[in-house]
Write a protein that binds this ligand. Structure first.
Ligand SMILES: [Mg+2]
Length: 191
């Protein structure tokens, strides 16, 4: 998709969902340890590009496997430690990671489509303007959350049953979005 009307401001935050955007989603399962965390195609390159464009890059991820007792917060943090090492090695940057360990049945505000995680990002980085921000995700809950904070929604999906009014742009990979954004910045000499 062409990013016709997407404006990036100094106070825009890039919110990234994790599973299905940064790493390959395990269908009906969870990433419980680092060796199960497989980056999506060209995701590391995408994060490098995007961290040069956005002043804030924040991962927000639902991880109810913790609530279910399938893995612990400590195990999740080990997965994220390895992920961050790989991102840094590839010249990318993530400014913060927020995760929601609660069960879906708890309807906790932190769990997407709740807006607790972007609110926490705003507390950590008060200059963030949520309405200038961009939410990238592969699930309906990501898109609903993005709508709730007034962000621009990027759906990552090959074919999707998610209704079109829930997202603004759709790409197959995070890299495709990053690459399209980069070409706009290069053509405007903003990058
Ligand atoms: Mg996802």
């Amino acid at each position: 998709m062409i990013l016709k009307n997407l404006k990036i401001y100094p106070d825009s935050c890039l919110f990234l969902d994790r599973d299905g955007v940064i790493n390959k989603r395990i269908i009906d399962g969870y990433v419980t340890q680092a060796n199960e965390f497989i980056f999506e195609e060209k995701a590391l390159e995408a994060i490098k590009i995007l961290s040069n464009i956005f002043k804030y890059v924040v991962i927000i991820t639902n991880q109810q496997g913790i609530g279910k007792g399938i893995f612990t917060q400590e195990e999740l943090e080990l997965v994220h430690k390895k992920m961050m090492e790989d991102i840094l090695k590839n010249k990318g940057r993530i400014d913060a990671i927020f995760y929601a360990p609660q069960l879906a049945s708890e309807n906790h505000a932190d769990r997407k489509p709740g807006t607790g995680m972007p609110s926490k990002a705003k507390i950590k980085f008060p200059l963030i303007n949520l309405q200038h921000s961009v939410m990238v995700g592969d699930s309906i809950s990501d898109m609903q959350m993005g709508r709730a904070i007034g962000a621009t929604n990027i759906l990552i999906s090959e074919s999707s049953s998610i209704q079109e009014n829930l997202y603004d742009y759709k790409f197959k990979l995070l890299f495709d979005f990053a690459n399209e954004l980069l070409s706009i910045f290069e053509s405007k000499n903003q990058y």
